[in-house]
Write a protein that binds this ligand. Structure first.
Ligand code: MN
Ligand code: MN
Length: 329
């Protein structure tokens, strides 16, 4: 059957992303949904998996809530970036996990999905799900060479075995370093805080050479200093960006599994991300939004707003790579 044809009195009504934001099906940023990788530059992907959480669950509902809240965002960044005009940004739907109750198998399934994405030369922007999903994403994104990482989180996530599993959401970046996916000298972890049961909980980070920028240092020296440090540590090489929503203060992001008091404000996070332009970002994720613990839609809305900043960073990095490649030809 033909789609319903209707006359558009206003020109912008022809563009689904310019229609009133409360209308339509809420894909990520109201970008077109497709499961074909043929005409995609940046793929926004939901990973509704929270089998790696160690405490409060619910992050499997993150992608749907962030999709809904991301429909509140408009087409243009306040600094003039037009991500949807520069690159073909598509909502690629969700990463299917056929056996979600088998943790290591689920992570292997995610890795296979992302290998297909990377092989199609699509830059992935992912929405979790808990933080365990970053490991299989890195297995695809960093398969050819280790990458640097700007990691914003209340936790280093470089733990080890917990209750018999080495692959929970508190350990992905230790495993990624061991697997040769991360270059720890090019990793910075920003916003680290909170109580621990073990004084050496995050010892792997410092021993392996990661730059750990604790919340106290962030608070004393500010978002701009954190951004300068991120730029210095990441350098010019390929870099992944991983944003755990629990880095934000629980007053602005209550809907998450492992909240820690005294965090980054949404404004500081947006400003920090905005000055990271120019870094060669090869992928990014927003994780740990847990809608069942949210208050109103505070967490998923702040998460969607942060996701838009990451999208703009990925689009600009993608554009730069394309320009360099075409010059080399
Ligand atoms: Mn985390
Ligand atoms: Mn965390």
């Amino acid at each position: 059957m033909d789609p319903i044809k209707r006359p558009n009195r206003y020109r912008e009504m022809a563009d689904p992303q310019a229609r009133p934001r409360y209308t339509g099906i809420p894909t990520f940023f109201r970008a077109p949904h497709t499961e074909s990788l043929a005409d995609v530059d940046i793929g926004v992907i939901g990973v509704p998996y929270d089998g790696g959480v160690t405490n409060r669950t619910g992050a499997r509902h993150g992608p749907r809530a962030v999709r809904d809240q991301s429909s509140l965002l408009r087409r243009l960044h306040p600094h003039g970036i037009a991500p949807f005009d520069v690159a073909r940004v598509r909502d690629l739907g969700d990463c299917w996990i056929e056996q979600p109750y088998e943790l290591e198998g689920a992570l292997a399934e995610i890795a296979v999905f992302y290998q297909t994405i990377v092989a199609a030369r699509v830059t992935p922007l992912s929405v979790g799900g808990d933080h365990s999903i970053s490991l299989p994403i890195l297995r695809a994104v960093a398969a050819e060479r280790p990458v640097g990482m700007i990691h914003i989180d209340a936790h280093c996530d470089t733990g080890d075995d917990y209750l018999g599993s080495r692959f929970h959401h508190g350990a992905p970046f230790r495993r990624a370093t061991e697997e040769g996916l991360l270059d720890p000298q090019r990793v910075i972890q920003i916003g680290i805080r909170g109580t621990t049961n073990d004084p050496d909980m995050w010892g792997f980070s410092t021993r392996s050479g990661m730059r750990v920028l604790a919340m106290e240092e962030f608070h004393d020296r500010g978002w701009h200093y954190a951004a300068e440090e991120a730029r210095r540590v990441a350098g010019g090489g390929p870099t992944y960006l991983s944003f755990d929503i629990d880095s934000l203060d629980p007053s602005q992001a209550p809907g998450t599994g492992t909240p820690e008091a005294g965090g980054i404000t949404a404004l500081e996070a947006l400003r920090l991300l905005r000055v990271l332009r120019g870094i060669d970002f090869v992928g990014g994720d927003l994780v740990e939004v847990s809608p069942p613990f949210d208050v109103g839609t505070l967490t998923s809305f702040n998460g969607a707003s942060i996701l838009f900043e990451i999208l703009c960073l990925l689009v600009e990095a993608w554009q730069k790579r394309v320009q360099v490649a075409s010059r080399g030809r």
